[in-house]
Design a binder for this molecule. Structure first.
Ligand code: F3S
Length: 284
């Protein structure tokens, strides 16, 4: 008799679940055209399914500028203030599915600027979440990935700096950057806005993988967070299988495995996880 241990944190995090549910709800209720500003998640299957339900992806700002009617759903990453203004000016209805943890960062940025502090974001300047956060700050809002970046962007060390982080940033890296900035003599107010959904998913996967005969990691090959999960699991469990869907499971690969663990990356839909669970549970 096989024992299957499914990770509690497998698949979508709270913010993504909320955003995806919002899009499906709008697709059902809305009579006019519905759009998402960027793909709602990095999962082609979900995006295609939404297309069949009449939800179209606006690939960029130019597409939004050209739009004069319909409902625009803002994804969990959030957007800058200018995007809300653009939608308002174009007479579009906005449904905001920004993750509340990201929204909280927008509010911090506004409040810190209002106090006269300069805002610094620790994160990837090209990530949409960071671009969105930056869009709530003043012109001088800096985005850094090291203390050297800060020196270049904010040379005046007498400035009062309020530092926030991209939600998915690595805590140890964030702490090091803060310590380096303090050592350089900057006056800092630090807001650790890292969300631990990713960290929790990784720790749980590691724990399960260390205690099973085989571990299955489900997610897209191009998903960096899923690849990371697979890497962590294969350190703990030699029989780690990285699959995209249940169809990738080779019959017999779980022979003589009594305890099997399952986890999934952040953009793996629930029905794919459930399908794998069912197949593994049958005499596969
Ligand atoms: Fe997910 Fe929101 Fe955290 S989108 S990773 S719960 S910041």
């Amino acid at each position: 008799m096989k024992t299957i241990i499914l990770a509690r944190t497998a698949g979508f995090c709270f913010g993504v679940t909320r955003a995806v549910d919002t899009v499906y709800r709008e697709a059902e209720q809305e009579t006019g055209p519905v759009y998402t500003y960027g793909p709602i998640i990095h999962n082609e299957e979900v995006v295609r399914d939404l297309e069949t339900r009449g939800v179209h992806v606006l690939p960029d700002r130019a597409a939004l500028e050209a739009l004069k009617e319909g409902t625009v759903i803002i994804r969990s990453h959030g957007v800058g203030r200018d995007i809300y203004e653009l939608c308002k000016n174009n007479g579009l209805k906005v449904v905001d599915a920004t993750c509340p943890f990201v929204k909280k960062i927008h509010r911090i940025v506004e409040a810190e600027n209002a106090k006269g502090n300069c805002v610094v974001i620790v994160g990837d300047p090209h990530h949409p979440e960071v671009e969105g956060i930056r869009g709530w700050g003043r012109e001088d809002t800096a985005v850094i990935e090291s203390a050297e970046d800060l020196v270049r962007q904010v040379p005046d060390r007498a400035e009062s700096l309020s530092i926030v982080s991209q939600t998915t940033y690595k805590l140890s890296k964030f702490n090091k950057i803060i310590a380096d900035c303090i050592n350089l003599g900057y006056h800092i107010f630090c807001f650790n806005t890292i969300c631990n959904a990713t960290q929790e998913r990784q720790s749980e996967a590691q724990e399960i993988a260390s205690d099973v005969d085989a571990m299955i990691v489900i997610g897209g090959r191009s998903s960096s967070n899923t690849r990371k999960l697979a890497e962590i699991c294969s350190h703990e469990c030699k029989k780690t299988f990285f699959i995209q869907t249940a169809a990738d499971l080779i019959p017999g690969c779980l022979a003589r495995c009594d305890r099997i663990g399952i986890t999934a990356g952040a953009s793996t839909p629930k029905h794919i996880i459930e399908e794998v669970q069912t197949i593994v549970g049958s005499e596969f």
